[in-house]
Design a protein around this ligand. Structure first.
Ligand SMILES: [Mg+2]
Length: 171
C-alpha cells in the first residue's frame, strides 16, 4: 500500500494505525517533513517520536543533509539516522532497513518529496506516505519539481481506480 495523499504534517494518530497494520518501523525525512528546512526539532516532534517508540515501532531519520545538522535535530529524539543518504538511491533505504533489523515490507517511509523520498522508498520495496511540505507563512516560492509533483498528484487523484486506496490508512 502506498499512501499518496499529501498531508499537512505527519498526524499523531497514524503510528498506532501503522502498528495495528503490522508495520514495525518508520523512516522519516526531516527537512520540510518534520520541521521547516534546517530547523531544530520542536517539543511537538520530540513528543511524536516518544509516542512512536512507546508503541514499539522503531524509527530512523533518513536525510540528505549533513551529519552535523541531523545530530542537532536528533539531540532529544536519539534515534538512528543516515546522513547524506543520496535519496532516491534505493541502497540508502535498504541500508536503513538493515540498521532497523527489519524487512522492507515492515517499514514505511514518510517524506515530502515525491521524486526523492517516495520514489526511493517504492523502488526499495517500502510503503510510503507523502506529507504536504512544511512552509513558512507567506512562503510562496515553488521549485519546478514541486510544480511537477502537483501536476502528477492531480492526475493521480483524478484516476477513479486509485481513489479508494489513497486514504486507506488512518481514516
Ligand atoms: Mg524533505
Amino acid at each position: 500500500m502506498s499512501v499518496g495523499t499529501p498531508r499537512p504534517m505527519f498526524p499523531a494518530y497514524l503510528p498506532s494505525t501503522m502498528a495495528a497494520l503490522g508495520y514495525k518501523g518508520i523512516l522519516f525525512d526531516i527537512d520540510n517533513t518534520l520541521v521547516h528546512h534546517g530547523d531544530d526539532s520542536t517539543p511537538e516532534v520530540d513528543a511524536l517520536f516518544r509516542h512512536i517508540h512507546s508503541l514499539g515501532l522503531k524509527t530512523l531519520l533518513l536525510s540528505d543533509n549533513s551529519a552535523a545538522r541531523i545530530e542537532r535535530f536528533n539531540r532529544n529524539i536519539r534515534t538512528l539516522f543516515i546522513a547524506e543518504a543520496g535519496k532516491p538511491d534505493p541502497a540508502a533505504y535498504r541500508r536503513a532497513c538493515a540498521m532497523l533489523g527489519l524487512p522492507p515490507e515492515q517499514v514505511v517511509c514518510v517524506g515530502d518529496q515525491l521524486f526523492r523520498d517516495i520514489r526511493g522508498a517504492n523502488s526499495a520495496g517500502l510503503d510510503s506516505i507523502l506529507v504536504d511540505f512544511i512552509r513558512l507563512p507567506g512562503e510562496t516560492h515553488y521549485g519546478k519539481k514541486r510544480v511537477l509533483e502537483k501536476v502528477i498528484l492531480w492526475f493521480y487523484h483524478r484516476d477513479p481506480r486509485r481513489r479508494g486506496r489513497l486514504d486507506g490508512i488512518g481514516k
